[in-house]
Design a protein around this ligand. Structure first.
Ligand code: FAD
Length: 333
């Protein structure tokens, strides 16, 4: 099979911007995403985003529509309902594509000259007695039910954990008519009781009636494909835990494999987009479509923007540590 110049795994905001950037320099780009449309997590978001890359006052799903327009250009193809299930030697991806007629489903190898992993993040679980009962769900699942399918997950919820994401989803559920009875610490949950689904939540110091438990305790970067290919991770708690080491050009320790977005460390949406932009520039430069000094200048500008956004947050120093760890490995790449 022909080697595609660039495959971007994950069509969330970071992947879409990486693809649009690389394609704007003439790189033949294929985006693959497991969902029925591109846009990633932000497809589900109704809150207004901060000003990003010239986009002002857009709700999450509107920003997605703007980014989808950016990839509608010659040289970019977006393949949806396609999951990359493996990443093998010499940058060969194993891809399975769903078909509406099962006999037409496809499973194929996809060799690429460069790969950008923009696979996002996963919500962390918390295990307590009854945590697998119907009615216990994470914040993203609750948000998808509400904003994508127009369904409330229940009538009365307990929010476990107090992350920004959890509180935002709780506010959206409340606005839609659900009661969020309490926000509790994960360590105070002893058990969830119920016959067919959640009925009560037992806490260290009492109990609450509820038919839904929403768990929101943080995110971890999705790094499995990179790890499978041998890319070296580092543990950076401020960026969500295990992240693939990357240099200032978003290159992992594996030749030709780059990383962007939450997959490169959980961070502010504006930073995620900038890492996508850097990865796209970096891939275009390595493919010989963009002079190195031009890409250097554009990448330096993007890092200056990242610094301006996160300089007062522990994430800035944490990301510098990640980059230093990668750069200390020198030519191993
Ligand atoms: C005001 C505000 C609100 C926000 N609200 C939310 C929110 O509600 N929810 C939220 O999550 N974040 C939210 N964020 C944070 C952030 O914007 C998003 O999480 C963002 O979508 C992450 O971008 P990403 O491209 O890194 O990953 P994602 O958007 O997660 O995109 C990754 C994509 O890759 C796909 N993928 C992963 N692995 C594979 C594979 N192996 N093969 C094929 N496809 C794969 C995934 O299905 C997904 O579509 C918010 C930020 C702000 C500022």
């Amino acid at each position: 099979m022909k080697r595609v110049e660039l495959v971007v795994v994950g069509g969330g905001p970071a992947g879409l911007l990486a693809a649009a950037t690389a394609a704007s320099w003439g790189v033949e780009t294929l985006v693959i995403d497991e969902n029925s449309s591109s846009g990633g997590r932000l497809r589900h978001e109704t809150d207004v985003m901060p000003e990003i890359q010239g986009y002002v006052g857009l709700r999450g799903f509107e920003l997605v529509a703007a980014l989808q327009k950016e990839v509608e250009r010659p040289g970019v193809k977006v393949l949806t309902e396609a999951v990359a299930w493996g990443l093998f030697k010499d940058r060969v991806l194993g891809v399975a594509r769903r078909a509406h007629i099962p006999s037409e489903a496809e499973n194929f190898s996809l060799p690429a000259k460069k790969i950008i992993l923009a696979t996002g993040a996963a919500e962390n679980p918390v295990a307590f007695e009854g945590w697998t009962k119907p009615g216990v769900l994470n914040a993203w699942a609750a948000q998808s039910l509400l904003n994508l399918y127009g369904v409330l997950p229940g009538r009365r919820a307990v929010l476990v954990g107090g992350t920004d994401l959890g509180r935002r989803v709780a506010a959206q559920l409340t606005a839609a008519g659900m009661e969020v009875a309490a926000e509790v610490e994960p360590s105070s949950v002893q058990a969830v009781i119920g016959t067919d689904r959640v009925e009560r939540v037992i806490l260290k110091d009492g109990e609450l009636q509820a038919d839904t438990v929403i768990v929101a305790v943080g995110l971890s970067p999705v790094t499995e494909l990179g790890l499978m290919a041998g890319a070296v991770p580092g543990c950076i708690p401020q960026l969500g835990g295990h992240c693939l080491l990357h240099d200032r050009r978003m290159r992992t320790t594996q030749p030709g494999i780059l990383v962007a977005g939450h997959a490169a460390g959980v961070d502010d949406i504006r930073v995620l987009l900038l890492t996508g932009r850097i990865a796209g520039l970096s891939a275009a430069s390595e493919l010989g479509k963009l002079a190195e000094e031009v890409s250097d200048a554009l990448i330096a500008q993007a890092w200056a923007e990242i610094k301006a956004i996160t300089a007062t947050s522990p994430r800035w120093e944490a990301r510098q540590r990640l980059v230093r760890q990668r750069e200390a490995r020198g030519d191993e790449r």
